[in-house]
Design a protein around this ligand. Structure first.
Ligand SMILES: Nc1ncnc2c1ncn2[C@@H]1O[C@H](COP(=O)(O)OP(=O)(O)OP(=O)(O)O)[C@@H](O)[C@H]1O
Ligand SMILES: [Mg+2]
Length: 185
């Protein structure tokens, strides 16, 4: 059973640009070791979210494709600028593992994937269609619930599980509030 969320952020209806900005911001804030579970029907924006999150992690969003046929895709951590230019002190960013469980229909198949072994502190794991996995996921993790409102809008609700994610979510709320205030000026 999924544990109750400790903190919930309801973003309401977002157009594509807003949706992508939120997901990218989350990618920028992730440090590695976190899991992001993406719930939502076909076309609700799960893969779009992962692409923008990759963007925030410094991974080219165009490389991110829905891994429906091979279930797990992995994008290595971005090589730090330090290796390219000795004067740069840019920090290393985590890699991304993108999982799509749409075609996984049994617990046995799920356990064979050993998703737990993929979680390490240098990697962010994003899971589309996580219904079967949610009882095995370990903290810290975010639950993102997406809904199709109309052609151009999706609603987004984010739930934080674990102290690290509560902190992240609180920061996200502040950043988005600030963005909205700036837009209104
Ligand atoms: N406001 C919006 N937010 C997110 N996506 C939007 C929005 N408006 C339109 N879209 C479009 O909706 C589509 C969402 O498709 P996407 O592949 O991300 O969904 P999905 O949830 O991964 O579907 P699947 O279950 O098939 O994997 C994209 O083509 C995206 O451009
Ligand atoms: Mg998808």
């Amino acid at each position: 059973m999924e544990r109750g969320a400790e903190e919930i952020y309801e973003l309401g209806e977002l157009v594509l640009g807003e949706f992508e900005r939120v997901a990218k911001k989350i990618g920028e804030m992730l440090e590695g070791g976190e899991t992001v579970l993406l719930f939502g029907d076909l076309g609700s924006g799960k893969t779009t979210f992962v692409k923008s999150m990759a963007d925030g992690l410094g991974i080219n969003r165009d490389y991110v494709r829905s891994p429906t046929f091979n279930i797990v895709n992995s994008y290595p951590r971005r090589s730090s600028r330090k290796e390219e230019n000795e004067n740069s002190t840019e920090v290393e960013r985590p890699g991304l593992i993108h999982v799509d469980l749409y075609r996984v229909s049994s617990e046995e198949e799920l356990l064979d994937l050993a998703l737990h072994d993929l979680v390490d502190r240098d990697t962010v794991v994003a899971v589309e269609w996580p219904e079967l996995y949610v009882r095995y996921v370990s903290q810290p993790y975010l639950t993102v619930r997406l809904e199709h409102c109309d052609e151009s809008k999706r609603s987004m609700r984010i739930e934080a599980h674990g102290r690290k994610m509560r902190t992240l979510l609180n920061r996200l709320v502040m950043i988005i509030d600030e963005d909205i205030r700036k837009e209104g000026e």
